[in-house]
Ligand binder design. Structure first.
Ligand code: SAM
Ligand code: SF4
Length: 331
């Protein structure tokens, strides 16, 4: 049974950032010069992450998502997947990635126990993709998506952050992808984390506008019900163009926050538990891990982090987190 937080929300999902390093530099996520990286010795070792997962599983966590930075930028990731897959109670391991390195690693990850991947992709135009990521090649991402599908890391979901003047003119093109292929495209409202000029300017686009643009071009969307394999218990609301093989998800952390259904905790690469993505409050787990804490003590600290989850974020009143960039938390 999952642990309940102070607002009776069952917490069963842990997002683990395995590194703050990344092979891309997306303009809304990281400054061009990169970020001050965590020192190598401060990054949790795989065995330490596995201990945290084990303690979290004892409190009812059953789902783990690997993220970053770019999780595939850390060497030997299948070893971590294997360790987590062996933890009793963990029944779902997934990953959020920019996809570039998937052709090299998808088979080994699937063999180790990874179930699914979400691939972030913000433009279908090669030049623009290169500009947004400051160095990426679109063909690498498509190769990564194909590799994930071949390896059975399905359903693959595409995550597209929408920002005005950056890629908002492509939302219909993204939606059209679902007409021909069983692709799951999810649009995400940009959030004000770190040095994010696309938020500070007029970059924010509400999901209602994204949906309206798609419906104006492709007609009314129909709601996808909970029995569809794509629809998990996450924050996206799914629709599809009637008869289309793919789905379109809308994730609106800003305009219609889903805090009252939040089921997650986050672990940063340097071993801090973050009860809420959009609050700077953190609880140090690394000190306990390295100070000889036993399993019971780890569980106590994780239970404290669960109890410390706030009811909701307060972006609406300008309460914006400052301490970390998105790449230092993992989304
Ligand atoms: N590197 C991996 C990737 O790009 O998928 C995993 C880490 S990345 C920080 C996780 C997700 O956060 C990506 O889908 C990215 O687009 C999203 N993201 C980054 N900055 C964001 C922001 N300011 N607002 C909303 N989403 C953001
Ligand atoms: Fe790297 Fe992902 Fe951030 Fe892009 S969104 S810079 S790929 S961590």
């Amino acid at each position: 049974m999952p642990c309940l937080d102070s607002f009776a929300r069952p917490i069963n999902y842990l997002r683990v950032s395995v590194t703050d390093r990344c092979n891309l530099r997306c303009v809304y996520c990281m400054p061009a010069e990169g970020i001050d990286l965590v020192r190598h010795e401060d990054v949790l070792r795989y065995e330490e992450i596995a201990r945290v997962v084990q303690a979290a599983a004892a409190l009812g966590v059953c789902k783990v998502r690997l993220t970053g930075g770019e999780p595939l930028a850390r060497r030997g990731l299948p070893d971590l997947v294997r360790l987590i897959a062996a933890v009793p109670g963990i029944d779902d391991i997934s990953m959020t990635t920019n996809g570039v390195l998937l052709p090299r690693h998808a088979d080994a990850l699937a063999a180790a126990g990874l179930r699914r991947v979400n691939v972030s992709l913000d433009s279908l135009r090669p030049n623009r993709f290169r500009a947004i990521t400051r160095c990426g090649e679109l063909t690498d991402v498509w190769a990564g998506i194909a590799a994930a599908e071949r390896a059975g890391l399905t359903p693959v979901k595409l995550n597209t952050v929408v920002a005005r003047g950056l890629n908002d003119d492509e939302v219909v093109d993204f939606a059209r992808l679902t007409l021909e292929q069983p692709l799951n495209v999810r649009f995400i409202e940009i959030m004000p984390l770190g040095a994010n000029e696309h938020w500070a300017g007029d970059g924010y686009v509400p999901m209602s506008e994204v949906r309206a643009r798609i419906e104006a071009a492709l007609g009314p969307l129909e709601t996808v019900r909970g029995h569809d394999p794509v629809v998990g218990n996450g924050p996206a609301r799914y629709s599809r163009v009637p008869g289309a093989p793919g789905t379109i998800g809308f994730i609106s952390p800003v305009s219609e926050h889903f805090c009252f259904h939040c089921n997650r905790l986050r672990l940063t690469a340097d071993g801090k538990l973050r009860p809420c993505l959009l609050s700077d409050d953190e609880i140090d787990l690394r000190a306990a891990l390295r100070g000889g804490a036993d399993d019971q003590e780890l569980e106590t600290i994780i239970a404290q982090a669960i109890a410390a989850k706030p009811a909701r974020h307060h972006l609406d009143v300008g309460d914006v987190p400052h301490a970390r960039q998105m790449a230092q938390i993992g989304g």
